[in-house]
Design a protein around this ligand. Structure first.
Ligand code: ZN
Ligand code: ZN
Length: 262
């Protein structure tokens, strides 16, 4: 399997996963043209995509979906409640490209089995995914205020996990965001802090996780190095060497990150 973060952060998210000819995007939260350009950078053709999986209806996850689906005739997979919440923002999506799934129920797209699990976020029905090619698994969990039991169980079996490391709590609290927004981000329906992400990563590595991508960093309340160092410190405190024992990286906000082959 191949994985690449095209864009990741509060300004837009889109992840690429492939297994031979089965190629998918998870979210398309940048403009269609930006996502096309990012795919060109990794020498992939949007025409070859088998679909776009949607985590939830926030704009930083759906902005380019309508354009890409119409331009390349791509199926869009979302829960019923997410469809209801995002439908108006997407423009017209052809009947044949409107696909639904239920959290907790697996779906198969050609060579990949997708297991959606619930996340805890202020959206209609937000989800993360485990994507399995029968040999390896990739777990994707961003936009969640807490680590749910479902999420932990899902991510524990993954070789590669994409984990939200949204904000540094100190920066958020001292920063310029209005009170209500700070409360929203910190709530159980908000986003994971660097500290919580680090502890989740520690548990995943202790359970066999080998490759970790920290993702969905806040532009205002985080720095890539701070996210990386917070998780590194928590790993080191438990005797795990983040440089040698695992592969730890931070997904980039506005450009393509490294391609990871599993
Ligand atoms: Zn988001
Ligand atoms: Zn969100």
């Amino acid at each position: 399997m191949k994985f690449c973060s095209l864009y990741s952060g509060s300004s837009g998210n889109s992840l690429f996963v492939s297994c031979r000819q089965t190629k998918l995007l998870i979210d398309a939260g940048m403009s269609g043209i930006k996502i096309q350009n990012a795919m060109k950078t990794i020498e992939e053709d949007p025409k070859s995509l088998k679909g776009i999986l949607v985590t939830h209806e926030h704009r930083d996850h759906i902005h380019g979906i309508g354009v890409l689906s119409r331009r390349f005739d791509l199926p869009v997979y979302a829960t019923q409640k997410t469809w209801e919440a995002m439908d108006e923002c997407l423009g017209k999506i052809s009947e044949g490209n409107r696909k639904t799934f239920d959290p907790g129920k697996d779906l198969v797209i050609e060579e990949l089995q997708i297991s959606p699990f619930k996340t805890s976020h202020d959206a209609a029905q937000s989800c993360g995914f485990v994507i399995d090619d029968g040999i390896k698994r990739i777990g994707i969990a961003t936009d969640t205020g807490v680590v749910t039991d479902d999420m932990l169980l899902a991510l524990k079996g993954c070789s590669l996990s994409v984990v939200e490391s949204n904000h540094d709590l100190g920066m958020l609290e001292a920063g310029a965001y209005p009170f209500y927004l700070k409360q929203r981000i910190k709530s159980e329906y908000g986003h994971l802090s660097n500290e919580v992400a680090g502890n989740l990563v520690k548990t995943l590595v202790e359970n066999g996780g080998q490759t970790i991508v920290l993702a969905h960093l806040s532009q205002e309340n985080n720095f890539p190095l701070l996210a990386f160092e917070t998780t590194s410190r928590i790993l080191q405190e438990s005797g795990i060497d983040p440089q040698k024992d695992i592969h730890l990286s931070v997904a980039k906000r506005s450009s393509v990150s490294e391609i990871i082959e599993l």
